[in-house]
Design a protein around this ligand. Sequence first.
Ligand code: OGA
Ligand code: NI
Length: 373
Amino acid sequence: MATQIESLGSEFDRKSALKAFDDSKSGVKGLVEAGVTKIPPIFLHPLHNATASVKSTTGETSPEPPVIPTVDLQGIDGDPDLRHQVIGQVRDACRRCGFFQVINHRIPSLLLDKIIQGVKDFHEQETEVRKGFYTRDFANKTVTYNCNFDFYQSPAANWRDTISCVTAPRPPNPQELPPACGEIMVDYSNQVMGLARKLFELVSAALGLDPNYLNNIGCSEGLMLLGHYYPACPEPDLTMGTSSHTDSSFLTVLLQDQIGGLQVFCDDKWVDVKPTTNALVINIGDMLQLISNDEFKSSQHRVLAKSIGPRVSVACFFRQQLHPENSRVYGPIKELISDGNPPVFRETTVKEFVDHYYAKGLNGISAVEQFRV
Ligand code: OGA
Ligand code: NI
């Protein structure tokens, strides 16, 4: 009984501590600016044994292909044989752990540098200006800035702040955009949109479908850009940058700077996704796992907190947006279903899916499991 009361007490303290921190509207960056040398208890995670079983992705001495392969997109538009080869590489990667990096993707390196710098500038501008964007009203705001989208749902907070912006299908109202990074967010998302359409062609072909299939059913229509900022952490072993999770998207295009810390759980191990200059990390999200009927994997991944930093990354989530009028239903693609391969997921709308994803928070269980038949 005593322990129950104690735990109720600590639950109450945690809630008020969460609220007090959130009301500061200045994020983890605000704590670092205030000079904290110990992380507040709301950020404490159970031991995650971060360094155990980490395998390198290069694996020069191993005959196995690297866990996170690099796919070179150079010249695939003019060379059908090369394209065919690349589709095979994409298929292998998506079946194995759903992560690969692309190079020669045609997004200028200057733009990659600029978006990283723009996100950094947003998080490092004067606190008072930043605070003006702080909100959890994802339903009504195009631009949101906060510490952890699942702050009140998750068991432990992450050492990370995020600015996010929905850029498609409806372009944001320029007046709502933050001066520090609004323009570059729009430019970058336009470029990523072009790349994503090409990637969805490759992924469609990798599933044995018409190349336009996934673009035609709206997979590349909606885009949300997330500009993550992971400040240097005084006690990195006690918290996480991002808890283990899968993405709710069809596909995610991720740009990371050179600090490192991103890991994917693949082949029963945490594998580093090493920063590679000018490469973009591509990963399959839950919605694509669902419509591919489990053929392509949406893998758990996480970001370790680090004593160095800040680390900046930009994640572009391709998924439809949550307008109430968007009632499009997604289920395992009919062309992929047969007597020998019956549907393993039920149909859902993106809204139902994402509502479940947000309500659950990043708790290490894949949201797609809820829809398994
Ligand atoms: C995400 C994510 C990884 C990173 O935004 O879903 O996994 O490197 N980000 O920030
Ligand atoms: Ni992710």
